[in-house]
Design a protein around this ligand. Structure first.
Ligand code: HEM
Length: 462
Protein backbone atom coordinates (compact mmCIF):
# COMPACT_ATOMS: atom_id res chain seq x y z
CA UNK A 1 0.00 0.00 0.00
CA UNK A 2 2.02 2.95 -1.23
CA UNK A 3 0.11 5.45 0.96
CA UNK A 4 1.24 3.68 4.13
CA UNK A 5 4.94 3.80 3.31
CA UNK A 6 7.24 5.85 5.51
CA UNK A 7 8.76 9.05 4.07
CA UNK A 8 11.83 9.06 1.81
CA UNK A 9 15.09 7.98 3.34
CA UNK A 10 17.60 10.57 2.25
CA UNK A 11 20.87 8.89 3.29
CA UNK A 12 23.39 8.03 0.58
CA UNK A 13 23.39 4.40 -0.57
CA UNK A 14 26.80 3.74 0.96
CA UNK A 15 25.43 4.43 4.46
CA UNK A 16 22.18 2.40 4.15
CA UNK A 17 22.46 -1.03 5.73
CA UNK A 18 22.26 -3.63 2.98
CA UNK A 19 21.92 -7.40 2.89
CA UNK A 20 23.65 -9.61 0.29
CA UNK A 21 21.43 -10.47 -2.67
CA UNK A 22 23.24 -13.51 -4.06
CA UNK A 23 22.65 -16.06 -1.33
CA UNK A 24 21.83 -19.76 -1.42
CA UNK A 25 18.16 -18.81 -0.90
CA UNK A 26 18.34 -16.53 -3.92
CA UNK A 27 19.81 -19.26 -6.15
CA UNK A 28 17.15 -21.73 -5.01
CA UNK A 29 14.11 -19.44 -5.16
CA UNK A 30 14.60 -15.78 -6.10
CA UNK A 31 10.86 -15.08 -5.79
CA UNK A 32 10.99 -15.79 -2.04
CA UNK A 33 13.88 -13.36 -1.61
CA UNK A 34 12.03 -10.75 -3.67
CA UNK A 35 8.92 -11.17 -1.49
CA UNK A 36 11.03 -10.75 1.64
CA UNK A 37 12.74 -7.62 0.33
CA UNK A 38 9.43 -6.21 -0.87
CA UNK A 39 7.85 -6.74 2.56
CA UNK A 40 10.79 -5.00 4.26
CA UNK A 41 11.53 -2.11 1.86
CA UNK A 42 8.71 -1.81 -0.68
CA UNK A 43 9.30 -1.75 -4.45
CA UNK A 44 12.94 -0.62 -4.22
CA UNK A 45 15.43 -2.33 -1.91
CA UNK A 46 19.07 -1.54 -1.09
CA UNK A 47 21.12 -4.74 -1.52
CA UNK A 48 24.75 -5.79 -1.51
CA UNK A 49 25.90 -7.14 -4.87
CA UNK A 50 29.13 -9.06 -4.24
CA UNK A 51 30.46 -6.27 -1.99
CA UNK A 52 28.97 -3.23 -3.74
CA UNK A 53 25.70 -1.58 -2.59
CA UNK A 54 23.07 -1.14 -5.33
CA UNK A 55 19.36 -0.30 -5.48
CA UNK A 56 17.29 -3.28 -6.63
CA UNK A 57 13.96 -2.31 -8.21
CA UNK A 58 11.29 -4.98 -7.68
CA UNK A 59 8.03 -3.16 -8.39
CA UNK A 60 6.51 -3.68 -11.85
CA UNK A 61 5.42 -0.03 -12.16
CA UNK A 62 8.82 1.25 -10.99
CA UNK A 63 10.79 -1.08 -13.30
CA UNK A 64 8.67 -0.01 -16.28
CA UNK A 65 8.99 3.67 -15.35
CA UNK A 66 12.78 3.50 -15.23
CA UNK A 67 12.97 1.41 -18.43
CA UNK A 68 10.84 3.94 -20.31
CA UNK A 69 13.04 6.77 -19.06
CA UNK A 70 10.42 9.47 -19.29
CA UNK A 71 11.99 12.77 -18.28
CA UNK A 72 15.34 11.49 -19.55
CA UNK A 73 16.77 11.05 -16.09
CA UNK A 74 17.94 7.43 -16.21
CA UNK A 75 21.33 7.15 -17.85
CA UNK A 76 23.17 3.95 -18.76
CA UNK A 77 26.47 5.73 -19.32
CA UNK A 78 29.23 4.49 -17.06
CA UNK A 79 30.62 8.01 -16.55
CA UNK A 80 27.44 8.83 -14.60
CA UNK A 81 28.30 6.13 -12.01
CA UNK A 82 29.52 8.08 -8.97
CA UNK A 83 31.34 5.26 -7.14
CA UNK A 84 33.20 4.33 -10.34
CA UNK A 85 34.23 7.96 -10.97
CA UNK A 86 35.46 8.24 -7.36
CA UNK A 87 37.49 5.00 -7.68
CA UNK A 88 35.39 3.45 -4.90
CA UNK A 89 34.70 0.11 -6.69
CA UNK A 90 36.88 -2.86 -5.76
CA UNK A 91 39.26 -3.28 -8.74
CA UNK A 92 38.65 -7.03 -8.84
CA UNK A 93 34.87 -6.75 -8.53
CA UNK A 94 33.68 -9.72 -10.65
CA UNK A 95 30.73 -7.81 -12.11
CA UNK A 96 32.95 -5.07 -13.58
CA UNK A 97 34.02 -6.84 -16.84
CA UNK A 98 30.36 -7.09 -17.91
CA UNK A 99 30.14 -3.28 -17.78
CA UNK A 100 33.55 -2.36 -19.14
CA UNK A 101 32.41 -3.69 -22.52
CA UNK A 102 30.85 -0.24 -22.95
CA UNK A 103 28.75 -1.29 -25.97
CA UNK A 104 25.30 -0.07 -27.09
CA UNK A 105 23.86 -1.22 -23.75
CA UNK A 106 25.84 1.52 -21.98
CA UNK A 107 25.01 4.52 -24.18
CA UNK A 108 22.42 7.30 -24.17
CA UNK A 109 21.14 9.88 -26.63
CA UNK A 110 22.45 10.14 -30.19
CA UNK A 111 25.17 7.49 -29.74
CA UNK A 112 22.52 5.05 -28.53
CA UNK A 113 20.21 5.84 -31.46
CA UNK A 114 23.00 5.45 -33.99
CA UNK A 115 24.14 2.10 -32.59
CA UNK A 116 20.60 0.76 -32.26
CA UNK A 117 19.91 1.71 -35.88
CA UNK A 118 23.07 -0.14 -36.86
CA UNK A 119 22.03 -3.28 -34.94
CA UNK A 120 18.51 -3.09 -36.34
CA UNK A 121 19.67 -2.96 -39.97
CA UNK A 122 22.35 -5.61 -39.49
CA UNK A 123 19.97 -8.04 -37.76
CA UNK A 124 17.14 -7.52 -40.28
CA UNK A 125 18.37 -10.00 -42.93
CA UNK A 126 18.57 -12.72 -40.25
CA UNK A 127 15.36 -11.75 -38.50
CA UNK A 128 13.09 -10.93 -41.44
CA UNK A 129 11.69 -14.26 -42.60
CA UNK A 130 11.21 -12.98 -46.14
CA UNK A 131 14.98 -12.61 -46.52
CA UNK A 132 16.93 -15.60 -47.92
CA UNK A 133 19.58 -15.10 -45.23
CA UNK A 134 16.93 -15.76 -42.55
CA UNK A 135 15.86 -18.97 -44.30
CA UNK A 136 19.46 -20.16 -44.54
CA UNK A 137 19.97 -19.39 -40.87
CA UNK A 138 16.86 -21.40 -39.91
CA UNK A 139 18.15 -24.36 -41.93
CA UNK A 140 21.53 -24.03 -40.23
CA UNK A 141 19.92 -23.95 -36.76
CA UNK A 142 18.04 -27.19 -37.56
CA UNK A 143 21.29 -28.75 -38.77
CA UNK A 144 23.19 -27.70 -35.64
CA UNK A 145 20.37 -29.08 -33.50
CA UNK A 146 20.40 -32.40 -35.38
CA UNK A 147 24.20 -32.64 -35.19
CA UNK A 148 24.18 -32.04 -31.43
CA UNK A 149 21.38 -34.57 -30.87
CA UNK A 150 23.17 -37.18 -33.02
CA UNK A 151 26.35 -36.52 -31.07
CA UNK A 152 24.60 -37.33 -27.79
CA UNK A 153 24.41 -41.00 -28.67
CA UNK A 154 27.10 -41.33 -31.34
CA UNK A 155 28.38 -44.91 -31.47
CA UNK A 156 26.29 -45.94 -28.49
CA UNK A 157 22.85 -47.33 -27.86
CA UNK A 158 19.85 -45.12 -28.51
CA UNK A 159 19.24 -44.62 -24.82
CA UNK A 160 21.43 -42.72 -22.43
CA UNK A 161 22.00 -39.86 -20.00
CA UNK A 162 22.83 -36.31 -21.03
CA UNK A 163 23.19 -32.85 -19.60
CA UNK A 164 20.99 -30.93 -22.03
CA UNK A 165 22.36 -27.62 -20.80
CA UNK A 166 26.05 -28.36 -21.53
CA UNK A 167 25.45 -30.65 -24.49
CA UNK A 168 22.61 -28.89 -26.27
CA UNK A 169 21.08 -25.65 -24.99
CA UNK A 170 24.37 -23.79 -24.52
CA UNK A 171 26.43 -24.90 -27.54
CA UNK A 172 23.56 -24.54 -30.03
CA UNK A 173 23.09 -20.75 -29.79
CA UNK A 174 26.85 -20.26 -29.55
CA UNK A 175 27.11 -22.08 -32.89
CA UNK A 176 24.47 -19.66 -34.19
CA UNK A 177 26.50 -16.70 -32.88
CA UNK A 178 29.51 -18.17 -34.60
CA UNK A 179 27.64 -18.30 -37.90
CA UNK A 180 26.43 -14.71 -37.48
CA UNK A 181 30.06 -13.67 -36.97
CA UNK A 182 30.99 -15.20 -40.33
CA UNK A 183 34.32 -16.70 -39.26
CA UNK A 184 36.27 -18.01 -42.19
CA UNK A 185 38.36 -20.48 -40.24
CA UNK A 186 37.89 -22.96 -37.41
CA UNK A 187 38.82 -20.00 -35.15
CA UNK A 188 35.09 -19.70 -34.46
CA UNK A 189 35.20 -22.85 -32.35
CA UNK A 190 37.85 -21.32 -30.09
CA UNK A 191 35.61 -18.30 -29.69
CA UNK A 192 32.72 -20.54 -28.64
CA UNK A 193 34.91 -22.26 -26.07
CA UNK A 194 36.35 -19.00 -24.73
CA UNK A 195 32.89 -17.46 -24.47
CA UNK A 196 31.89 -20.44 -22.41
CA UNK A 197 34.86 -19.89 -20.07
CA UNK A 198 34.08 -16.18 -19.66
CA UNK A 199 30.39 -16.75 -18.98
CA UNK A 200 31.16 -19.33 -16.34
CA UNK A 201 33.48 -16.82 -14.63
CA UNK A 202 35.89 -19.59 -13.64
CA UNK A 203 39.69 -19.40 -13.19
CA UNK A 204 40.33 -19.24 -16.96
CA UNK A 205 37.85 -16.40 -17.51
CA UNK A 206 40.29 -13.48 -17.52
CA UNK A 207 42.65 -15.03 -20.09
CA UNK A 208 39.69 -16.20 -22.19
CA UNK A 209 38.22 -12.70 -22.14
CA UNK A 210 41.47 -11.22 -23.50
CA UNK A 211 41.60 -13.85 -26.24
CA UNK A 212 37.98 -13.07 -27.12
CA UNK A 213 38.65 -9.37 -27.50
CA UNK A 214 41.70 -10.13 -29.68
CA UNK A 215 39.57 -12.48 -31.82
CA UNK A 216 36.91 -9.77 -32.27
CA UNK A 217 39.55 -7.18 -33.24
CA UNK A 218 40.93 -9.64 -35.81
CA UNK A 219 37.43 -10.41 -37.12
CA UNK A 220 36.44 -6.73 -37.34
CA UNK A 221 39.52 -5.78 -39.27
CA UNK A 222 39.10 -8.80 -41.62
CA UNK A 223 35.48 -7.80 -42.35
CA UNK A 224 36.54 -4.20 -43.01
CA UNK A 225 38.84 -5.34 -45.79
CA UNK A 226 36.77 -8.34 -46.99
CA UNK A 227 33.03 -8.02 -46.18
CA UNK A 228 30.75 -11.06 -46.42
CA UNK A 229 27.10 -11.96 -45.75
CA UNK A 230 27.43 -11.80 -42.00
CA UNK A 231 26.52 -9.58 -39.07
CA UNK A 232 29.83 -7.65 -38.75
CA UNK A 233 29.77 -6.81 -42.48
CA UNK A 234 26.14 -5.69 -42.31
CA UNK A 235 26.98 -3.53 -39.28
CA UNK A 236 29.83 -1.92 -41.19
CA UNK A 237 27.56 -1.31 -44.17
CA UNK A 238 25.02 0.39 -41.89
CA UNK A 239 27.52 2.53 -40.00
CA UNK A 240 30.60 3.99 -41.64
CA UNK A 241 31.85 5.54 -38.36
CA UNK A 242 33.04 2.26 -36.85
CA UNK A 243 36.66 1.85 -35.79
CA UNK A 244 37.99 -1.70 -35.43
CA UNK A 245 37.74 -1.32 -31.64
CA UNK A 246 34.22 0.14 -31.74
CA UNK A 247 32.92 -2.73 -33.85
CA UNK A 248 34.73 -5.28 -31.66
CA UNK A 249 32.99 -3.89 -28.55
CA UNK A 250 29.58 -4.37 -30.17
CA UNK A 251 30.43 -7.84 -31.46
CA UNK A 252 31.59 -8.95 -28.03
CA UNK A 253 27.99 -8.62 -26.84
CA UNK A 254 26.87 -11.30 -29.24
CA UNK A 255 28.12 -14.46 -27.52
CA UNK A 256 26.50 -13.29 -24.28
CA UNK A 257 23.13 -12.30 -25.72
CA UNK A 258 22.84 -15.02 -28.33
CA UNK A 259 24.73 -17.72 -26.45
CA UNK A 260 23.99 -17.21 -22.83
CA UNK A 261 20.58 -15.58 -22.78
CA UNK A 262 19.14 -17.62 -25.63
CA UNK A 263 20.78 -20.74 -24.15
CA UNK A 264 19.04 -19.96 -20.86
CA UNK A 265 15.73 -19.49 -22.62
CA UNK A 266 16.13 -22.82 -24.48
CA UNK A 267 16.92 -24.67 -21.25
CA UNK A 268 14.05 -23.09 -19.34
CA UNK A 269 11.66 -23.89 -22.22
CA UNK A 270 12.78 -27.53 -22.48
CA UNK A 271 12.21 -27.85 -18.74
CA UNK A 272 8.72 -26.35 -19.04
CA UNK A 273 7.77 -28.73 -21.89
CA UNK A 274 9.14 -31.72 -19.96
CA UNK A 275 7.35 -30.88 -16.75
CA UNK A 276 4.04 -29.61 -18.13
CA UNK A 277 2.07 -32.57 -19.56
CA UNK A 278 -0.47 -30.28 -21.22
CA UNK A 279 2.19 -28.45 -23.22
CA UNK A 280 3.98 -31.67 -24.09
CA UNK A 281 0.93 -33.48 -25.38
CA UNK A 282 0.00 -30.76 -27.88
CA UNK A 283 3.47 -29.77 -29.05
CA UNK A 284 3.68 -27.77 -32.31
CA UNK A 285 5.68 -24.73 -33.46
CA UNK A 286 2.80 -22.49 -32.34
CA UNK A 287 2.52 -24.02 -28.87
CA UNK A 288 6.30 -23.88 -28.44
CA UNK A 289 6.30 -20.16 -29.28
CA UNK A 290 3.58 -19.63 -26.70
CA UNK A 291 5.58 -21.69 -24.21
CA UNK A 292 8.67 -19.55 -24.88
CA UNK A 293 6.61 -16.49 -24.05
CA UNK A 294 5.26 -18.05 -20.85
CA UNK A 295 8.74 -19.13 -19.80
CA UNK A 296 10.11 -15.62 -20.44
CA UNK A 297 7.37 -14.35 -18.14
CA UNK A 298 7.64 -16.96 -15.39
CA UNK A 299 11.42 -17.33 -15.50
CA UNK A 300 13.04 -14.45 -17.42
CA UNK A 301 16.60 -15.51 -18.40
CA UNK A 302 17.88 -11.94 -17.96
CA UNK A 303 16.50 -11.67 -14.43
CA UNK A 304 18.31 -8.42 -13.54
CA UNK A 305 19.55 -5.75 -15.93
CA UNK A 306 22.81 -3.83 -16.12
CA UNK A 307 22.61 -0.64 -14.08
CA UNK A 308 20.94 2.70 -14.72
CA UNK A 309 22.25 5.87 -13.00
CA UNK A 310 19.92 8.81 -12.25
CA UNK A 311 21.43 12.08 -13.47
CA UNK A 312 19.67 13.98 -10.63
CA UNK A 313 18.37 13.00 -7.18
CA UNK A 314 15.07 11.18 -7.66
CA UNK A 315 12.43 9.51 -5.52
CA UNK A 316 11.75 5.86 -6.30
CA UNK A 317 9.69 3.60 -4.04
CA UNK A 318 10.33 4.63 -0.44
CA UNK A 319 13.76 6.10 -1.10
CA UNK A 320 15.39 9.26 -2.35
CA UNK A 321 18.04 7.98 -4.73
CA UNK A 322 21.12 10.16 -5.17
CA UNK A 323 22.37 11.10 -8.64
CA UNK A 324 24.98 8.57 -9.77
CA UNK A 325 23.80 5.67 -7.57
CA UNK A 326 23.63 2.30 -9.37
CA UNK A 327 20.06 1.09 -9.91
CA UNK A 328 19.48 -2.52 -11.00
CA UNK A 329 16.09 -3.33 -12.51
CA UNK A 330 14.83 -6.78 -11.59
CA UNK A 331 12.64 -8.15 -14.38
CA UNK A 332 12.02 -11.29 -12.32
CA UNK A 333 11.04 -9.11 -9.34
CA UNK A 334 8.67 -7.04 -11.51
CA UNK A 335 7.00 -10.19 -12.83
CA UNK A 336 6.40 -11.53 -9.33
CA UNK A 337 5.11 -8.18 -8.02
CA UNK A 338 1.62 -8.86 -6.58
CA UNK A 339 0.53 -5.45 -7.91
CA UNK A 340 1.28 -6.70 -11.46
CA UNK A 341 -0.31 -10.09 -10.78
CA UNK A 342 -3.47 -8.88 -9.11
CA UNK A 343 -4.15 -6.24 -11.75
CA UNK A 344 -4.90 -8.96 -14.32
CA UNK A 345 -6.38 -12.44 -14.12
CA UNK A 346 -3.56 -14.91 -13.32
CA UNK A 347 -4.44 -17.21 -16.25
CA UNK A 348 -4.47 -14.29 -18.66
CA UNK A 349 -1.04 -13.20 -17.39
CA UNK A 350 0.32 -16.60 -18.27
CA UNK A 351 -0.06 -15.76 -21.91
CA UNK A 352 0.27 -11.99 -21.85
CA UNK A 353 2.90 -10.36 -24.06
CA UNK A 354 2.95 -7.30 -21.77
CA UNK A 355 5.84 -8.61 -19.70
CA UNK A 356 9.30 -7.12 -19.42
CA UNK A 357 11.53 -10.10 -20.25
CA UNK A 358 12.70 -8.35 -23.45
CA UNK A 359 13.01 -4.96 -21.74
CA UNK A 360 11.04 -1.88 -22.80
CA UNK A 361 11.73 1.70 -23.84
CA UNK A 362 14.96 3.02 -25.36
CA UNK A 363 17.08 -0.08 -24.56
CA UNK A 364 14.52 -2.81 -25.36
CA UNK A 365 15.88 -5.97 -26.97
CA UNK A 366 16.40 -5.72 -30.72
CA UNK A 367 16.34 -9.45 -31.43
CA UNK A 368 13.22 -10.79 -29.75
CA UNK A 369 12.03 -12.49 -32.95
CA UNK A 370 15.40 -14.05 -33.70
CA UNK A 371 15.89 -15.33 -30.15
CA UNK A 372 12.35 -16.75 -30.09
CA UNK A 373 12.96 -18.48 -33.44
CA UNK A 374 16.25 -20.05 -32.32
CA UNK A 375 14.56 -21.29 -29.16
CA UNK A 376 11.49 -22.63 -30.96
CA UNK A 377 13.58 -24.58 -33.50
CA UNK A 378 15.86 -25.94 -30.77
CA UNK A 379 12.94 -27.20 -28.68
CA UNK A 380 11.01 -28.53 -31.68
CA UNK A 381 13.97 -30.55 -33.02
CA UNK A 382 14.74 -32.01 -29.61
CA UNK A 383 11.23 -33.29 -29.00
CA UNK A 384 10.99 -34.53 -32.62
CA UNK A 385 14.19 -36.52 -32.37
CA UNK A 386 13.74 -37.98 -28.90
CA UNK A 387 11.04 -40.53 -28.18
CA UNK A 388 11.50 -40.37 -24.47
CA UNK A 389 12.92 -37.60 -22.33
CA UNK A 390 12.80 -37.70 -18.55
CA UNK A 391 14.43 -35.53 -15.88
CA UNK A 392 17.24 -37.43 -14.13
CA UNK A 393 16.64 -35.36 -10.97
CA UNK A 394 13.44 -34.16 -9.28
CA UNK A 395 12.60 -30.72 -10.74
CA UNK A 396 13.03 -29.01 -7.36
CA UNK A 397 16.60 -30.33 -7.08
CA UNK A 398 17.87 -28.98 -10.40
CA UNK A 399 20.96 -26.80 -9.89
CA UNK A 400 20.57 -23.11 -10.85
CA UNK A 401 23.55 -20.91 -11.68
CA UNK A 402 24.50 -18.21 -9.26
CA UNK A 403 24.65 -15.01 -11.29
CA UNK A 404 23.86 -11.32 -10.68
CA UNK A 405 22.04 -11.06 -14.04
CA UNK A 406 20.99 -14.48 -15.32
CA UNK A 407 18.44 -17.01 -14.17
CA UNK A 408 19.51 -20.20 -15.89
CA UNK A 409 20.11 -23.83 -15.04
CA UNK A 410 23.67 -24.95 -14.34
CA UNK A 411 22.80 -28.31 -15.80
CA UNK A 412 19.72 -30.13 -17.07
CA UNK A 413 20.35 -33.83 -16.52
CA UNK A 414 18.00 -36.15 -18.43
CA UNK A 415 17.55 -39.76 -19.43
CA UNK A 416 16.60 -40.02 -23.09
CA UNK A 417 15.79 -42.40 -25.89
CA UNK A 418 16.49 -41.38 -29.49
CA UNK A 419 13.74 -41.90 -32.06
CA UNK A 420 14.49 -44.58 -34.69
CA UNK A 421 15.46 -42.29 -37.56
CA UNK A 422 15.92 -38.54 -37.70
CA UNK A 423 12.68 -36.88 -38.71
CA UNK A 424 12.96 -34.94 -41.99
CA UNK A 425 14.05 -31.35 -41.85
CA UNK A 426 12.53 -28.81 -44.20
CA UNK A 427 14.19 -28.58 -47.64
CA UNK A 428 17.03 -26.07 -47.76
CA UNK A 429 16.66 -22.75 -49.54
CA UNK A 430 18.07 -22.65 -53.09
CA UNK A 431 21.81 -22.37 -52.64
CA UNK A 432 22.14 -19.57 -55.15
CA UNK A 433 19.60 -17.34 -53.35
CA UNK A 434 22.39 -15.77 -51.36
CA UNK A 435 26.10 -16.43 -51.03
CA UNK A 436 27.38 -17.65 -47.69
CA UNK A 437 30.89 -18.76 -46.97
CA UNK A 438 31.29 -22.53 -46.47
CA UNK A 439 31.27 -23.43 -42.80
CA UNK A 440 34.63 -24.47 -41.39
CA UNK A 441 35.02 -28.02 -39.98
CA UNK A 442 34.40 -28.37 -36.27
CA UNK A 443 37.29 -29.39 -34.07
CA UNK A 444 37.73 -28.14 -30.52
CA UNK A 445 34.02 -27.82 -29.77
CA UNK A 446 33.23 -31.29 -31.08
CA UNK A 447 36.10 -32.86 -29.13
CA UNK A 448 34.87 -31.11 -26.02
CA UNK A 449 31.25 -32.17 -26.50
CA UNK A 450 32.31 -35.76 -27.21
CA UNK A 451 34.16 -35.71 -23.90
CA UNK A 452 30.95 -34.79 -22.09
CA UNK A 453 28.92 -37.74 -23.37
CA UNK A 454 27.48 -39.92 -20.65
CA UNK A 455 29.99 -38.51 -18.15
CA UNK A 456 27.44 -37.06 -15.71
CA UNK A 457 29.57 -33.94 -15.27
CA UNK A 458 27.78 -31.06 -13.62
CA UNK A 459 29.82 -28.14 -14.89
CA UNK A 460 30.56 -27.75 -18.60
CA UNK A 461 34.14 -26.80 -17.98
CA UNK A 462 34.40 -28.55 -14.65
C1 HEM B 1 19.61 -13.55 -30.80
C2 HEM B 1 19.83 -13.24 -29.52
C3 HEM B 1 19.81 -11.83 -29.01
C4 HEM B 1 20.36 -10.68 -29.53
C5 HEM B 1 21.17 -10.53 -30.83
C6 HEM B 1 20.00 -9.59 -28.63
C7 HEM B 1 20.38 -8.27 -28.82
C8 HEM B 1 20.17 -7.27 -27.90
C9 HEM B 1 20.76 -5.95 -27.97
C10 HEM B 1 21.69 -5.46 -29.10
C11 HEM B 1 20.36 -5.26 -26.87
C12 HEM B 1 20.84 -3.89 -26.43
C13 HEM B 1 19.89 -2.82 -26.73
C14 HEM B 1 20.24 -1.53 -26.01
O1 HEM B 1 20.84 -1.50 -24.90
O2 HEM B 1 19.85 -0.49 -26.53
C15 HEM B 1 19.48 -6.14 -26.11
C16 HEM B 1 18.82 -5.77 -24.95
C17 HEM B 1 18.08 -6.65 -24.21
N1 HEM B 1 17.85 -8.00 -24.46
FE1 HEM B 1 18.40 -9.00 -26.12
N2 HEM B 1 19.27 -10.10 -27.57
C18 HEM B 1 19.14 -11.45 -27.77
C19 HEM B 1 18.49 -12.35 -26.95
C20 HEM B 1 17.82 -12.02 -25.80
C21 HEM B 1 17.13 -12.94 -24.93
C22 HEM B 1 17.03 -14.46 -25.13
C23 HEM B 1 16.60 -12.21 -23.90
C24 HEM B 1 15.77 -12.69 -22.73
C25 HEM B 1 14.57 -13.21 -22.87
C26 HEM B 1 16.94 -10.82 -24.12
C27 HEM B 1 16.59 -9.77 -23.30
C28 HEM B 1 17.05 -8.49 -23.44
C29 HEM B 1 16.74 -7.42 -22.49
C30 HEM B 1 15.90 -7.56 -21.22
C31 HEM B 1 17.37 -6.27 -22.97
C32 HEM B 1 17.31 -4.87 -22.35
C33 HEM B 1 18.45 -4.60 -21.40
C34 HEM B 1 18.28 -3.28 -20.68
O3 HEM B 1 17.24 -2.60 -20.81
O4 HEM B 1 19.20 -2.92 -19.91
N3 HEM B 1 17.68 -10.74 -25.29
N4 HEM B 1 19.39 -7.36 -26.76
Amino acid sequence: MPGAWPPSTPEPLASVSVEPLLTRDYDADPALVHDRLRAKYGPVAPVDLLGVPVWLVLGYAEVLRVMKNEGDIWSKRLDNWRARAEGALPPDWPVLPAFELNSVAFQDGMTLHRLRDTWTSALAPFQDRGHPQAQLLEDAIRRYADDLISLLAEGESRTGWADLSAQYARPLPLMVANRLFGFETARGDDVVMDTWRVLDAGPEAAAASQRLFAAMMELSSAKMSRPGNDLPSYMLAANSDFTVEGLSRELLMLPGVVGDMTGGLICNTILEVMTNPEVRSGLSAGTIEETVNRVALANPPMANLTFRFPTADVRLGRFAISAGDPVMLSVAGAHSDPLFGSAIDREAIRSTRAHLAWGAGPHACLARLLATRITTIAVERLFDRLDRLRLALPADQLPWRSSPFMRALRSLPVDYELAQAPANTEPPVAADAVTVEAEPPRSALWRFLRGLRGSRKWSPLG
